[in-house]
Each structure stands twice: as C-alpha cells, then as structure tokens.
Design a protein around this ligand. Structure first.
Ligand SMILES: [Zn+2]
Length: 170
C-alpha cells in the first residue's frame, strides 16, 4: 500500500473523461488500496482515480475519513440514476487545495456502481454524501468544482492558482 501523489488543477489528466473499468483485477485492487491510503493521508472524504493519474472510472467516498468501519464506499463505473432537491454549501477539492467556494448540488442522489467484489449496488445519499457523489462523478467526467462557479468567484480562484503556479507554489 502506498500514498500516491495527488494531481492538481492544471494537470491534463483531470480534464480527460475517464474510461470504464472492464476488469477488477489484481492491479485494480492494488490501485484501490493505494487510493484509500492516499485519501486518508490527504485527508479527504472522496477521491477519483484520475486524481492520482489513472484515467479509469473508479472513485472512493468515506465521510468518516477512515474513522468508522463500513463507511468506505469503493465505486467502480458509478453513475447517478436519480437526484432530487437542491442544496448550496461550501465545497473543496484535494486537487485544488486550500480553496473552498459555495456550489449548488442535488440534496439527494441515487448512485449505481459496482463494488470491489464485482457486486452491482445502488445507494441513496443525501447532504454531504450526495455532494461527494456528484463531486467525484464530476471528476470522472473531467469536471472540477470551479467549473460550476461563475463570474468574479471563478476568476478570483483561477487568478490565485495562476499566481501560485507562476511562483512555483502549485
Ligand atoms: Zn475533487
């Protein structure tokens, strides 16, 4: 098991729509274990495979960040099959460290995915879980939370990142 480097805003792999996983084989199981270590070390509540440079449709969510058993969800080829409501809350991203901004997301989301044992599952999430599901699915489609921002809020974050990058601090 290993902690992998997390790709940051500006890395092309974050903009590439990820490919469906065709086989949950031994290398995929190792990637999952490494991603779990990486997410907990960050620490974060969610991580998509392309954030560690692997363009495959795999994402993890654990709202307890490893503190409670049974809260880790390993989602292969996930898709949102139902959603309702709307909540506007602060959101951040491990690939855009130290920035948070408010983003509107559905209040409840139904996710369909395959778990690491190749069992197809469906799960409803609400509140922070729904937000995490949408955020990680966005990653797999090459979308970042800043893409949901408009006008001044978006410009402000992108300008700050550009400045950090220019100074070699990103
Ligand atoms: Zn993110």
């Amino acid at each position: 098991m290993a902690v992998l480097p997390i790709r940051k805003y500006g890395d092309d792999v974050l903009r590439l729509p990820a490919e469906p996983v065709t086989n949950i084989d031994a290398p995929m199981q190792k990637l999952i274990d490494d991603m779990v270590d990486t997410m907990y070390a960050a620490p974060g509540v969610g991580l998509a495979a392309n954030q560690v440079g692997v363009s495959q449709r795999l994402m993890l969510i654990d709202l307890s960040v490893g503190k409670r058993r049974g809260e880790l969800h390993v989602c292969v080829n996930p898709e949102i099959v139902d959603a309702s409501g709307e909540v506007t809350e602060e959101e951040g991203c491990l690939s855009i460290p130290d920035f948070v901004e408010i983003v509107t997301r559905p209040e409840r989301v139904k996710l369909r995915y395959i778990d690491r044992n190749s069992v197809e599952r469906e799960m409803w999430g609400d509140g922070l879980m729904a937000r995490a599901m949408c955020h990680e699915i966005d990653h797999l489609n090459g979308t970042l939370f800043v893409d949901h921002l408009r006008g001044f809020k978006k410009e402000r974050i992108l300008k700050k990142i550009a400045k950090l990058a220019k100074g070699g601090m990103w």
